[in-house]
Ligand binder design. Structure first.
Ligand code: IPE
Ligand code: MG
Length: 249
């Protein structure tokens, strides 16, 4: 058989991989109940899916991956579930830090640290320090995170500077505001994925997702894998992003 000898596509023709993907990892509890397992078992499988997704993102050439791991609203769950989740987060961060370092993955945590237990804060500090020089992929773990809190926090930081007389209020623009968010120095997400069947934002990256494309999937988070990530990326690549600037038709 003679193979068609086609030249490889020029780089400009290659569909672009989203630089930053942000994921709302929902459906752990329903995954567990469907199997008559406790919710904690769903969270444990969810942590495995997160690890697999980090490796898939590395292999696919994604530069930034933000994982919504625990929201500011999740503190309202039962003390037992909050404890399970904090324990699992700490255990997973401790266990994976060395592997992430060897894979050139930088880990950052965003969110309201004041509410986190001391042992979790210690684990975060060690993990961030260990991986600070890594560059292949940045994984941003949103933990005790709420976007409205984040925006209010930025407003407070700016107001403090204005009150101190070091900042002209009229010099505040979107660029400066963004630099006062937890995500300063991280590019805005290009693609936001939510698993678990709900189609809402739930206080995630409200400012940063201004021009993001959204993909919603019914897949429960523990079942999410490289194929699911690739499918979401393919859906992203099929869309035309216009940022409000161009009229078509
Ligand atoms: C997502 O799964 C994990 C966290 C919010 C920490 P859920 O725990 O929300 O699972 P469902 O939505 O009840 O299935
Ligand atoms: Mg949920």
């Amino acid at each position: 058989m003679i193979m068609a000898n086609q030249p490889p596509p020029e780089p400009a023709e290659l569909p672009s991989i989203p630089r930053h993907i942000a994921i709302t990892m929902d459906g752990n509890g329903r995954w567990a109940s469907a199997r008559k397992l406790p919710r904690a078992a769903g969270h444990r499988r969810g942590a495995q899916a997160a690890k697999e997704t980090v490796i898939a993102a590395l292999e696919l050439g994604v530069e930034y991956l933000t994982l919504f791991s625990f929201s500011s609203e999740n503190w309202r769950r039962s003390a037992e579930e909050v404890n399970d989740l904090m324990g699992l987060l700490r255990y997973t961060m401790q266990r994976e830090a060395n592997d992430m370092k060897s894979r050139d993955v930088r880990l950052l945590v965003i969110g309201d640290r004041a509410r986190l237990p001391a042992d979790v804060l210690k684990t975060i500090a060690a993990m961030e320090a260990k991986t600070a020089a890594n560059r292949q992929l940045t994984v941003v773990i949103a933990l005790s995170y709420g976007a409205r809190d984040e925006i209010v926090h930025a407003a407070q930081q700016l107001a403090i500077k204005v009150a101190a007389g070091t900042l002209d209020p009229l010099s505040i623009d979107t660029e400066m505001f963004g630099q006062h968010l937890y995500t300063h120095d991280i590019p805005d997400p290009d693609l936001c994925i939510r698993t678990g069947g709900e189609q809402r934002i739930s206080n995630f990256l409200l400012w940063q997702a201004a021009y993001a494309e959204f993909v919603f999937t019914d897949t429960f988070w523990p079942d999410f894998d490289k194929a699911a990530l690739a499918a979401a990326i393919a859906s992203f690549q099929a869309r035309e992003r216009r940022y409000g600037g161009r009229v078509v038709g």
